[in-house]
Design a binder for this molecule. Structure first.
Ligand SMILES: [Zn+2]
Length: 70
């Protein structure tokens, strides 16, 4: 089974990420590593990772118009 998310703390490029557990979207503009989900205390988080919506990687199947880089 292919893992389609990256765990917290992974080194990443700027882009948009979505919590693998709760779906919270996070735009990473400058950080070099992924933080824990800010909502992880509000609900059960078992994966503790982020799906890549835009930016690096090859996960381009989600047509989110969130990209705001220039
Ligand atoms: Zn979350």
């Amino acid at each position: 089974m292919k893992k389609d998310y990256v765990p917290n703390g992974s080194d990443v490029a700027a882009g948009t990420y979505q919590c693998a557990d709760c779906g919270h979207e996070y735009s990473n503009q400058s950080k070099k590593s992924l933080p824990p989900c800010p909502k992880r205390l509000e609900s059960m988080h078992l994966l503790n990772g982020w799906k890549i919506l835009s930016g690096q990687g090859d996960a381009q199947e989600d047509p989110y118009p969130q990209q705001s880089d220039k």
